[in-house]
Design a protein around this ligand. Structure first.
Ligand code: C5P
Length: 267
């Protein structure tokens, strides 16, 4: 049996860290959307598990049991060949291996294994806007938020998530607060602007180029880092504005990964 799956980029529009559990994991509140730019997976059932990786971000991605895609297939009790095309930067705050693993579990109809593979895997199962709480396992659909025109920018390099959490000094921060009902684009962006990514200051301290990325996105209605970084997003009023901004950014910084896209799954 051959199955195709896609693993869209996960964007944390907000990420509030509200505490830390005794086991070291952080309590968080995050509004997550998915962008229409995915890694792709091709599954072909067979007698043994194997994995191959290609694509613009294949370098450094393991093709053995270290890869969460492999671990997802094993947990699901599935064997065969998986081909993964890495279109998205990894170790970059936009899902990476978690999104790929979620895509495998979704394709194999085994969502119950998501939590075992990491705090970000459950949210990646649905590919739709969600409020995320706990350490990532408490999920609530957020269908009322408007579809967004986005520019994603990654300056290169890997920023390991544990390093960023370790560098966070203030662990108890104000919560996100309730998401208002259906909002206009302007109302939504104004609401988002009151939020934060609490991992942005420690990530910027570890990787100062994140500050350069945020400066370069200053013409966006809102610019912020996603997840533990280093990818940042800019929200633009229209797809055309996002494309114009992306073209300018690519011209100025051809060494950065820049992508104009849109969020998916809003009602
Ligand atoms: O769960 P996952 O393996 O994706 O998390 C990677 C690392 O991020 C964890 O080892 C932990 O250091 C940190 N983390 C955290 N609190 C969370 C999620 C992740 O401290 N809620």
């Amino acid at each position: 049996m051959k199955i195709e799956a896609s693993a869209p980029a996960k964007i944390n529009l907000t990420l509030h860290i509200t505490g830390q559990r005794a086991d070291g994991y952080h309590l968080l509140e995050s509004l997550v959307v998915f962008a229409d730019v995915p890694d792709r997976l091709f599954l072909d059932t067979g007698s043994a598990l194997s994995l191959s990786v290609d694509g613009p971000f294949a370098e450094g991605v393991p093709s053995d049991a270290r890869n969460l895609v492999w671990q997802a297939a094993e947990l699901a009790g599935w064997t065969g060949h998986i081909h993964l095309t890495k279109n998205l930067p990894h170790g970059a705050g936009i899902g990476g291996g978690s999104a790929d693993a979620a895509a495998v579990l979704r394709a194999l109809n085994m969502p119950e294994h998501a939590g075992a593979l990491g705090a970000d895997v459950p949210v990646c199962l649905s590919g739709r806007p969600q409020l995320m709480a706990g350490i990532g396992e408490d999920l609530c659909p957020a269908p009322d938020i408007p579809a967004l025109s986005l520019v994603l920018v990654n300056p290169g390099g890997h920023l390991p998530t544990p390093d960023v959490f370790r560098a966070l000094t203030q662990k108890e921060n104000a919560p996100l607060g309730a998401l208002p009902g259906k909002m206009s684009f302007t109302g939504f962006v104004d609401w988002l602007a009151q939020g934060r990514n609490d991992l942005q200051p420690p990530a910027c301290a570890l990787a100062p180029e994140i500050g350069d990325v945020l400066d370069a996105l200053s013409d966006a209605r809102l610019a912020r880092m996603s997840g533990s970084g280093a990818t940042c997003f800019g929200i633009y009023e229209s797809a055309r504005d996002a494309q114009t901004a992306a073209a300018r950014l690519l011209q100025n910084r051809p060494d950065w990964w820049v992508c104009a896209t849109r969020s998916v799954g809003s009602s």
